[in-house]
Design a protein around this ligand. Structure first.
Ligand SMILES: CC(C)(COP(=O)(O)OP(=O)(O)OC[C@H]1O[C@@H](n2cnc3c(N)ncnc32)[C@H](O)[C@@H]1OP(=O)(O)O)[C@@H](O)C(=O)NCCC(=O)NCCS
Length: 234
């Protein structure tokens, strides 16, 4: 996996420029991506003078339907194989009419990642967060992913069941998902509607999270339970 994923400290202007030159030299495909992304930014009214505001890999799609909103206060990298080479699929970001995508700071999503923001959905992703490969995010309410989160490949985060289940005594709860800062979600996990995961928590690979989790715990299993408390990770 690339070192670029792990360098999330604030860099000086000179350091940032050096890093960008190094990135382009090591991965010449970025030049094609920058040209492709220029046109995406132009079409969608983003800042054409900030080449790194939105960088979309040329094999990936970033589609913003009329009536949707995209606010990128920082940098959003979509689908680049320099983020990880654990997938050969293209990334897709689709924001439907009435949906909002907000990027605060520097956020990266790898190849094969599918993000859909449906009508009425508001997806907020914060600085230093990255999603490796083939993850799926479906947002139809308000969903926030905190700072410096590591979301591994094959993870699904969905705030809707897509169907309605009926049984006696079933409670309907707020479907919004909130993931705190510095949360690490192990590969092939699923985060279901209404879940709040507090900061510094780790989700073990292959877990299904159906209920809220406190901060600084290791949780895992199906349905996910707290396995260890007072943990830290890096
Ligand atoms: C199965 C499902 C529809 C149930 O929704 P629900 O009726 O709101 O169920 P609840 O959230 O009230 O959960 C009921 C119980 O089942 C457990 N549970 C829910 N989903 C679970 C899952 N996927 N795996 C294991 N346990 C699950 C809950 O923890 C809860 O346990 P409890 O009774 O001990 O508290 C939903 O949790 C789910 O899996 N949704 C995803 C559907 C999907 O994949 N859609 C995509 C395309 S169609």
């Amino acid at each position: 996996m690339s070192d670029y994923l792990f360098e999330n400290r604030v860099l000086s202007r000179k350091e940032r420029l050096k890093k960008q030159i190094r990135l382009i030299t090591n991965h010449p495909v970025i030049l094609i991506n920058l040209i492709y992304s220029f046109f995406i930014r132009l079409i969608y009214g983003l800042n054409i003078f900030q080449p790194f505001q939105l960088v979309v890999d040329w094999r990936s799609r970033f589609v913003r339907k009329g009536g949707s909103k995209v606010i990128i206060k920082g940098q959003f990298f979509v689908g680049g194989r320099y983020i990880t080479n654990l997938s050969s699929s293209s990334a897709n970001v689709l924001i439907y009419d009435g949906g909002t995508l907000i990027i605060n700071g520097r956020v990266k999503i790898g190849p094969g990642v599918q993000i859909v923001v449906a009508r009425g959905g508001k997806l907020i992703m914060n600085n230093g967060t990255y999603i490796t490969a083939d993850a799926k995010i479906f947002c139809s309410t308000t969903m926030e992913i905190g700072k410096n989160c590591a979301i591994s490949w094959g993870t699904s985060i969905i705030d809707s069941d897509f169907h309605q289940l009926h049984y006696e005594g079933r409670k309907t709860e707020d479907p919004q998902i909130k993931i705190g800062d510095n949360v690490w979600i192990g590969c092939n996990s699923t985060i279901l509607k209404g879940v709040k995961i507090s900061s510094n928590t780790v989700i073990a690979a292959g877990s299904v999270v159906t209920k809220d989790l406190p901060s600084s715990v290791l949780a895992g299993g199906n349905p996910a339970k707290v396995l260890k408390e007072n943990i830290s990770w890096r």
